[in-house]
Design a protein around this ligand. Structure first.
Ligand code: COA
Length: 162
């Protein structure tokens, strides 16, 4: 298994994994499958620049995580973790931990970044345990953050100070 960034030309593989993630874990992603499908090629090519992927021996994408720095001057000390997902068959092997460590190490290479933040739905136990185990703390809770199939989900806001 390799952890790596991918060039914009691999945007269709990224889209495929993203669609799998949205279907399998709808509470972990803001967009629906339909909204994901409607995104343009230019949007995928742009977003892939912030992504790291777990890639198996046959060059298939089996996991991903996004890490991007805020652009405005007053917020450049903040990085965001987004789109974190491991395909079910590949879970419990340490891949998720490896991916998020890669994202945090990347944030640490940027001198300006002093804080990493993320949002996680309060029912996503595996993700919450993983975040806590590497030092993220819960700093707040947003009620009714998502509505999926008529059910509301609350979200923890978590932060890691570098
Ligand atoms: C969260 C997720 C990425 C973890 O991926 P993974 O490859 O299975 O994680 P790892 O094998 O690296 O496990 C790392 C840690 O996560 C936690 N963890 C993983 N699975 C867990 C489970 N079923 N219950 C509780 N904690 C769990 C543990 O702290 C574990 O550390 P340990 O093995 O030392 O106990 C994966 O479960 C996933 O894709 N979930 C659905 C999408 C999602 O919730 N994304 C996050 C959105 S914010």
């Amino acid at each position: 298994m390799t952890i790596a960034k991918l060039p914009p030309s691999r945007w269709q593989d990224y889209k495929r994994l993203r669609l799998e993630a949205v279907e399998n874990s709808p509470q972990s992603f803001l967009a629906t499958a339909e909204e994901t499908n409607n995104e343009t090629q230019a949007e995928w090519k742009n977003k892939i620049e912030n992504m790291f992927f777990a890639i198996d021996e046959k060059d298939n994408l089996v996991g991903m995580i996004g890490c991007y720095q805020e652009k405005l001057t007053k917020q450049k000390h903040i990085a965001n973790i987004v789109s974190f997902y491991i395909s079910p068959k590949f879970r419990h092997q340490g891949l998720g931990r490896e991916l998020i460590k890669t994202a945090i190490d990347f944030a640490k290479t940027k001198k300006e970044i002093e804080k990493v933040q993320l949002g996680v739905i309060t029912t996503q136990k595996p993700a919450i345990e993983l975040y806590k185990s590497i030092g993220f703390v819960i700093i707040g809770e947003q009620k009714m953050a998502l509505k999926v199939d008529d059910k509301f989900y609350d979200e923890y806001l978590m932060e890691l100070y570098l």
